[in-house]
Design a binder for this molecule. Structure first.
Ligand code: NAD
Ligand code: TYD
Length: 341
């Protein structure tokens, strides 16, 4: 099978490519990525010479870039992915997440290839009790979530109207190696290692369901090979954590690894101004993929967090390069205001 993976130089895409190349030596992967601020070819350094791997630098909004490129399926990871950035400026989210997805849907229609759209639980909005299933209404609260919900609606429309072979996955919060340091878990680890303040939004009681990235990659692979066209599959782990508990756990793990007293690091915790429209709780019902396709998350939270802390401690060069680039300007502007709430 020839797979077109879009956004493969990002966090989940890079983990997915690495997983597929080892689990399916018969597949060929074409990674199409624009390399925005979060795309990083260093994430794939170890496989760039792999005989079953090709890289194309292009924008999913540019249909011409795929002329003459052959593939049987598209797995669409390419997106603007960070909620805080979507609050500052939603335009790139609408462009890539909506227009870009539409462009790929047109390609899938013309070529009659499989289209797997990687979406998010954030399209459902916030839930106080219980969990969202695939039939829950879409109630996005951030511009990011709204752009993803729009793309999901386009996928649905292309299935209904043009009968394309598409599927949607909606996963909860991922963590693991190669996650860009603007997201909570890598941000906490890196700030703790640098003895910098750790910004916790609001009262720290917002809850997220955390899944180890490799489990998400396996779920996508399961849907690609066993899923029913036209269906939506939720993907989650059941591992819910309030942000403040997660931050404390990370600090305990880091202190252990560095041989420090944990309460020294706890002094870095800094409650800051809340995110606008901050979703209180995400929780997802994954029983459909578990019962119908036989997938289940394997890496328990404590184990996944230990692996992730170890990875960031052992791969300082990876994040130090990012922290010295343009990202740090965004970080300083973003947090100067929050820290002085
Ligand atoms: P990321 O920001 O790390 O990676 C996004 C990648 O897409 C980058 O490599 C970037 O260069 C590329 N890209 C952006 N715009 C592009 C364009 N116009 N054309 C081509 N490439 C482009 O994001 P991620 O965390 O790896 O998320 C990947 C996908 O998974 C997204 O669609 C996101 O909505 C979804 N998702 C993420 C999570 C999570 O917790 N991170 C959870 C559920 C779903
Ligand atoms: P994030 O990693 O941005 O993922 P998402 O917003 O997609 O869930 O944030 C996870 C949670 O952590 C969310 O409730 C916001 C919170 N958060 C902080 O408290 N401090 C931070 O510096 C960041 C980036 C997030």
């Amino acid at each position: 099978m020839r797979l077109l993976v879009t956004g493969g130089a990002g966090f989940i895409g890079a983990n997915y490519i690495r997983y597929v190349l080892s689990a399916h030596p018969e597949h060929h992967i074409i990674n199409l990525d624009k390399i925005t601020y979060s795309g990083n070819l260093e994430n794939l350094k170890d496989i760039e010479e792999h005989p079953n791997y090709t890289f194309i630098r292009a924008d999913i909004c540019d249909r011409k870039s795929l002329e003459g490129v052959e593939f049987d399926a598209i797995v669409n990871f390419a997106a603007e992915s960070h909620v805080d950035r979507s609050i500052l400026d939603a335009s790139p989210f609408l462009q890539t997440n909506i227009i870009g997805t539409h462009n790929l849907l047109e390609i899938a229609r013309q070529r009659d290839c499989i289209f797997l759209h990687v979406s998010t639980d954030e399209v459902y909005g916030s839930i106080e009790k219980g969990s969202f299933n695939e039939k829950s209404p879409l109630m996005p609260n951030s511009p990011y979530a709204a752009s993803k919900a729009s793309s999901d609606m386009l996928v649905r429309a292309y299935v209904e109207t043009h009968n394309i072979r598409a599927m949607i996955t909606r996963c909860s919060n991922n963590y693991g190696p190669y996650q860009f340091p603007e997201k909570l878990i890598p941000l906490v680890i890196i700030n703790a290692l640098n003895k910098k303040l750790i910004p916790v939004y609001g009262d720290g009681m917002n809850v997220r369901e955390w899944i180890y990235v490799e489990d998400h990659c396996k779920a996508i692979n399961t849907v690609l090979h066993k899923g029913t066209h036209g269906e939506i599959y939720n993907i989650g782990s059941g591992d819910e954590q309030a942000n403040i508990d997660l931050v404390k756990l990370l600090l305990v793990k880091i202190a252990e690894r560095l041989g420090l007293k944990e309460n020294g690091l706890a002094r870095l915790i800094n409650f800051v101004k809340d995110r606008q429209g901050h979703d209180r709780r995400y929780a997802i019902d994954s029983s459909k993929i578990e019962q119908q396709l036989g997938w289940k998350s394997e890496v328990r939270f404590d184990e996944g967090i230990s692996r992730t802390v170890d990875w960031y401690i052992s791969n300082k060069q990876w994040w130090q390069r990012i922290m010295s680039g343009e990202y740090i300007q965004y970080y300083n502007v973003q947090y100067a205001e929050r820290l002085n709430k």
